[in-house]
Design a protein around this ligand. Structure first.
Ligand code: ADP
Length: 709
């Protein structure tokens, strides 16, 4: 009987509940309706076309813009037990042929390609011979020139779809789409009366904060000190700034890498891989880094500089916490940031109209940095959401129970000064007049004659500017949209001047961080790192941080309990479950974190009487002369698990017969390929071998010949 979507969610992905919108999107695709889904980063888009891919007969073609992203998805699907392949321009002819062969044999459920591939006629002809039931388009906003990652090759998609008779169901996904981009995408991709789903932009697991008036470098050092071992990205606006922050952190001994367009392709590639594989914890980068980074366990994203607009900010910050675990998004604001972004806009060849639009977006970003209202609400309303709660309790404004103070008098001073300056000057000039500056320009314009000259002497220029910026963000004042923006009064300010309204502001207090015990989580991470190295995949492909976190909280002690952990499906349990169980059981024995009945312990994968690990029990049986089949029968575990146990003992140094893992006919070939590419990493070796040679075979050959030498 065919499994339903929920069963597949549980069996392969190890999740029990669909996230918001997922079920509806899947149903729409299964009904054969073109489907357009707009979900925030980390909202779980991939699963929305992957589950239909498993359920529909035939092949799902996935069009995706970036090679690194595709590779990651394919690794991840294969580790879940869903067969997927990728064809891209970096592969050898043999690799491409091999994937095509597997697709033609009906072995693949999903095939990932870049849009450029659609122009290749032979590829189209190949697809005609296959049963393509769904075409899924990832990062659909790339089709629109108003989107921020426009790709010309996305224009080839619509004519390509037109050639299919019958036409497969088409699904399209994006995280960012303003109204204009949304309409553009539907038109350009040629979606047919699509069901459109917008699941909302909120990412509840992310906290947002803005840090002002603080030394950025000191802040980062202190933050990293408090958050050792966490993986995160620090974005800076220019290459130079990236290099400076990178060198500073490196000197302090942090595990850090960098990424910007000034580095060579190889350097960038290497740096990115190190980050994905958790070999470095912190990435300092310009905005060149990110699209296609699917790393799910990024715990923080710090912006060293303010980005150009809220769209860019939300996308970059959104790279934190994709696994659903908490993530921190911190923006370090400095007044120079606004100047820098204005400079960038001026450097462009945009039309005047487009420039004005960019200035408007920039101002919304500046306002975000100065508002004292809920930051989440601010972002969500920017994206057009309505009826957003006033407080989220998870942003800098809501969490900090600062004191509300009445600043009406200061606000009135500022407003009347701007009024007296005839609303013709910028923020700095207003601040200088209020402070009583002897600046030549101030004197030339005779602003020292104004009654408001020097009425805020007790403030610094910076303090006054901060206050003015807050009043802009709170919509008392407004700035014109141009390079040298002029500050003007809004109606709300006039009300304040007439004493009809008060101005209140929140003044923040600092909070100390509470330290938590992460020792079990750290141990599980170590196991994950070992497995990831062994299998040549990034650690988060083995298990997401959220799964390890849940394991460390619930401490499952047997298979059944383990399968209840979010993200642990059957296939993954078979592959890795035992290794994690060992650590959990051992930890529990030492710390008695769970008060469990004997029965559970008996079921657990430990030979209780002898108190030896499960894989060693298997090994002992083998040494007693039992065959693999006998061990399977006796222990009631799968053949693959028995082999995993034996492999593990071998890797731990016990004597085993490596030949049980090595298909005789390939032994020579494997050796040859090892000599060809070296034995640093398994994946390059595997890629040169036929598909039926698995990683265990390669490991076994490596060990056999190492021991023989
Ligand atoms: P997106 O492409 O929307 O940015 P992904 O598809 O990469 O997001 O999903 C982000 C993370 O959320 C992944 O680790 C994925 O396994 C997880 N996820 C997706 N759906 C669910 C669900 N229903 N329950 C729990 N986790 C989920």
């Amino acid at each position: 009987m065919q499994e339903n979507a929920r069963e597949i969610l549980k069996k392969y992905y190890g999740y029990t509940e669909f996230r918001k919108g997922q079920k509806e999107i899947i149903d729409s695709i299964l009904e054969g309706k073109d489907t357009f889904a707009i979900m925030p980063t980390g909202g779980g888009k991939s699963l929305c076309y992957q589950i239909p891919a498993v359920m529909l007969e035939g092949l799902t073609l996935v069009i995706s813009p970036l090679i690194s992203l595709m590779k990651d998805q394919v690794d991840s699907l294969n580790s879940l037990g869903i067969s997927a392949g990728v064809i891209n321009s970096t592969q050898s002819i043999n690799e491409v042929k091999d994937t095509i062969y597997r697709a033609a044999q009906g072995e693949l459920k999903l095939l990932y390609v870049a849009p450029e591939r659609l122009d290749v006629e032979s590829f189209y002809r190949l697809l005609q011979t296959l049963n393509v039931s769904q075409i899924a388009i990832d990062e659909a906003h790339c089709a629109s020139q108003w989107g921020h990652d426009f790709r010309l090759s996305y224009r080839a998609i619509a004519p390509f779809l037109e050639r299919f008779h019958p036409r497969p169901v088409v699904s399209a996904f994006t995280a960012t789409a303003t109204v204009e981009v949304k309409e553009d995408v539907v038109k350009i991709l040629g979606l047919k009366e699509p069901n459109t789903f917008i699941t909302g932009f909120d990412r509840q697991n992310l906290s947002f904060s803005v840090i002002k008036n603080e030394n950025k470098n000191d802040f980062i050092l202190k933050y990293l000190e408090d958050n050792k071992d966490k993986s995160g990205i620090i974005y800076a606006a220019t290459r130079k700034e990236v290099d400076n922050v990178y060198i500073r952190l490196q000197k302090k001994g942090y595990s850090v890498g960098r990424y910007h367009a000034g580095m060579s392709d190889n350097e960038r590639q290497e740096s990115q891989e190190q980050f994905l594989y958790d070999d470095i914890k912190i990435m300092v980068a310009t905005n060149a880094f990110g699209m296609g980074i699917d790393k799910s366990n990024v715990r923080f994203v710090i912006h060293y500089n303010m980005p150009k607009n809220i769209e860019a900010y939300y996308q970059e910050a959104g790279r934190a916490g994709r696994d659903g675990e908490s993530g921190e998004c911190i923006l370090l604001f400095g007044p120079r940031d606004t100047m820098l972004q204005k400079f960038f806009i001026e450097q462009t060849v945009f039309t005047e109209e487009r420039k004005i639009n960019e200035y408007r977006k920039l101002q919304a970003m500046v306002d975000y940095c100065h508002t004292t209202r809920c930051l989440r609400k601010y972002i969500l309303e920017y994206f057009g959401e309505r009826n957003v709660q006033d407080k989220c309790d998870n942003c800098g404004s809501c969490k900090n129970d600062g004191e509300i103070v009445d600043i009406t008098i200061d606000a009135q001073k500022i407003f009347s000064c701007i009024y007296r300056m005839k609303e013709k000057y910028g923020v700095t000039m207003a601040a200088e007049v209020l402070r009583g500056s002897k600046n030549q320009k101030v004197l030339n314009l005779e602003f020292d004659k104004l009654s408001t000259y020097g009425i805020m002497k007790n403030y610094t220029i910076k303090g006054i500017k901060d206050l003015i910026n807050t009043l802009i963000a709170e919509e008392y004042l407004t700035l014109t949209e141009e390079e040298f923006a002029v500050v003007k009064l809004r109606n709300k300010a006039v009300e304040v001047l007439k004493n009809k309204q008060k101005v209140m502001q929140k003044v923040y207090k600092r909070k100390e961080k509470v330290k938590v015990d992460n020792s079990l989580f750290d141990k599980l991470r170590e196991v994950r790192k070992i497995i990831a190295q062994r299998e040549a995949v990034p650690p988060y492909i083995v298990f997401a941080d959220s799964s390890l976190k849940e394991m460390s909280e619930i401490v499952p002690l047997n298979r059944e309990e383990m399968l209840n952990i979010k993200g642990v499906g059957e296939k993954k349990f078979e592959k890795y479950g035992e290794e994690f169980l060992q650590v959990l059981i051992h930890y529990n024995n030492e710390h008695k974190v769970r008060n469990i009945e004997d029965k559970v312990v008996e079921e657990a994968a430990v030979d209780k009487e002898k108190k030896i690990p499960s894989h060693v029990s298997t090994y002992n049986m083998l040494k007693e002369g039992k065959s693999l089949e006998e061990i399977v029968q006796h222990r009631g575990i799968k053949r693959d698990t028995v082999k995993e146990h034996i492999m593990r003992c071998g890797l731990e140094g016990l004597e085993i017969d490596w030949n049980i893992f090595i298909p005789k006919k390939y032994e020579e070939l494997i050796l040859e390929k090892i000599k060809e590419v070296g034995c640093e990493r398994l994946k390059p070796i595997k890629e040169l071998l036929p598909d039926d040679v698995d990683y265990n075979a390669i490991k076994a050959v490596l060990c056999k010949y190492k021991n023989a030498n």
